[in-house]
Design a protein around this ligand. Structure first.
Ligand SMILES: [Zn+2]
Length: 242
């Protein structure tokens, strides 16, 4: 199963809500693009479903991990100019499902922030890269967010107890899915993406050559998408949800 070809992105977007399973998902997949949106004057907010409590690679006490990773994500957001960062409570890293409760919580965030565009994890698995992009938490967050975009947030008769007006999100972007075909040139914002990734100390400090690895990956994406040599890109699948 794959995505159909991407739509042409909207040109009148004012607010973007990024909903991801774990701290660092946004930064590996999309921080260069987010930095461009911030530079263009878009209002961008992050909603993290978990605090990444099952992550890490050292002997940090486990009870410290969610606190640490929340602060790392806030620092990473600041590195690309994003000021609004929220975390949901009650969801554990590693065992996320696209539950009605999660759809309700994401719907509440959408109705509060009223985004034109939502960026989220891909709900489709990449069979060629099961490890990493296709973590089951990513698939669950992508699926729950898609359901919140349509029909939950816009349906006035769904989750009426939230007490917020319905809201129609007009466009959804997926990160980390199969065969992404919408490229964003992030050459100019690459240093800020790196700063954001380095802010996730518990996740990236053990990686030797983080800079070179990420640069090579983004160069490959740019080259595969036909951008000139020397350019770097992030890639997505983009669809209308109006
Ligand atoms: Zn993740």
């Amino acid at each position: 199963m794959s995505f159909p070809p991407s739509a042409t992105p909207l040109d009148d977007v004012q607010r973007v809500l990024c909903v991801f399973a774990h701290p660092d998902d946004i930064d590996f997949g999309a921080a260069g693009t987010v930095a461009r949106w911030v530079d263009a004057g878009l209002e961008v907010a992050y909603l993290l479903v978990t605090r990444g409590d099952a992550g890490g690679f050292d002997d940090t006490p486990r009870e410290q991990m969610p606190i640490l990773r929340e602060s790392e994500q806030r620092a990473a957001a600041a590195a690309v100019g994003v000021k609004q960062v929220e975390f949901l409570d009650g969801y554990r890293d590693g065992i996320l499902t696209p539950s009605i409760g999660l759809r309700r919580d994401i719907t509440a965030a959408i109705r509060r922030f009223r985004p034109d565009r939502v960026l989220t994890n891909s709900p489709l698995r990449r069979w060629d890269r099961i490890a990493g992009p296709s973590h089951p938490d990513h698939l669950a967050a992508g699926e729950a967010t898609t359901c919140a975009v349509y029909p939950d947030a816009r349906n006035p008769f769904t989750f009426t107890d939230i007490g917020l007006e319905p809201w129609t999100v007009r466009e959804i972007w997926y990160s980390g899915g199969p065969a992404p075909d919408h490229l964003v040139d992030v050459t100019d914002t690459f240093p800020r993406k790196l700063a954001a990734l380095r802010a996730h100390v518990s996740q990236t400090s053990h990686l030797t050559d983080l800079d070179a690895t990420i640069e090579a990956r983004l160069a490959m994406v740019a080259a595969a998408g036909g951008l000139p040599a020397g350019r770097l890109a992030e890639s997505f699948s983009v669809f209308s949800t109006a």
